[in-house]
Design a protein around this ligand. Sequence first.
Ligand SMILES: [Zn+2]
Ligand SMILES: [Zn+2]
Length: 381
Amino acid sequence: MRRWRSILISLSFLSIILFSACSHANDDLIVNIDQQEITVTRDMYHEIEAGVNIADEKDYDLPLEYLFYQNGVKVVDSVDIIQDEAITTYAWKEIAENIYWRNVSQIEIDGQLYTIDQLNVHRGGFGFAVEHSITDVAVLTAEALGISFGDKNSGFVLSSMPVDHVVWFFLDGFGYEQFQYAEQEGILPNLSMAGDFYPSYSIYPPKTSTVTAALLSGLDSTQNGVWVSGIRSLNVPSIIAAVKDSGQKVLIIEGSSTPFNYPNAEIVLSGDRDGDGSTDDNVFNHAQEAFQAGIPSLTMVHFHGIDDVGHTYGPYSEEWRVKVKEIDQMMGQLLQELPASTLAVIFPDHGMHNVIGDSELGNHGNLILDDMGIYIILHNK
Ligand SMILES: [Zn+2]
Ligand SMILES: [Zn+2]
């Protein structure tokens, strides 16, 4: 009854406004991103779903974040959900893990289905201007080695170029927020002094394989087509191939497995040979050996432990702090042992946030600063 009365009142007093507001199809969804209005149609919904649900699963959970990221949002602060003129505001961090897109204007929050009229998205982020992204690393590497890759500029100004070697230290799951915390806690004596520190954004979804695709291609997921963890190969040029084409070599020192395919690279799988529950000490030993034996133009050293421990015990837990201290020690030593004429680039793929659950206490994959905020540290030797 109340609804009919309000519609009648609207019709008699606001017919023009009402007509213009109803000019879109019935089940379109109006999304307002910081005042910029987008009409999401059924076709747009199906296009995003087809790109993301590559296995064509029946009860697939489509995160709304794909829609936000495609429209230029890197971090969501909050959303207003508007339904029958009622507005409900949610902090994105509180609902990001439990909100799914069920159809054009149908959204499920915490297991409850809502048909909504409009969604307002309020951006979040660092709160200060951040120019850099994980996609800059490939371009920077090409610039440092004096080879060509793509037509972009990394935006970094390096004191000595070209260099003989670039070494990537890939600190899995140790994002900007986690780095800041560890620095304040005094458990990062080496990494906090390691070089020039540039706050940066990761790409969506902030997961190891998708970020690795962005790292290697210098393109984000909307450009390189690697939208989901199930894709493990690039269909666009890779910095590894560019280094190889210039007659140089690439060495990748991994943990027990590779999160992505690295054609054209020599891969060292470290495994957990001593059975101590972590591959990091094995990765560390392999990196030391490689530095002594002589590294090629590009080397990647991938430490997985902070991410693994963060998933199990939660970021900021005591176990996590112990692991962070261990990686910091290893990094301090490796930076000292780098050969001359080397640019070291230290970065994580993504961060992590705490979750409440039985199986794990930490996770990542959302458009929140905990997951999307990263950094790039440059250390010249
Ligand atoms: Zn990762
Ligand atoms: Zn992870």
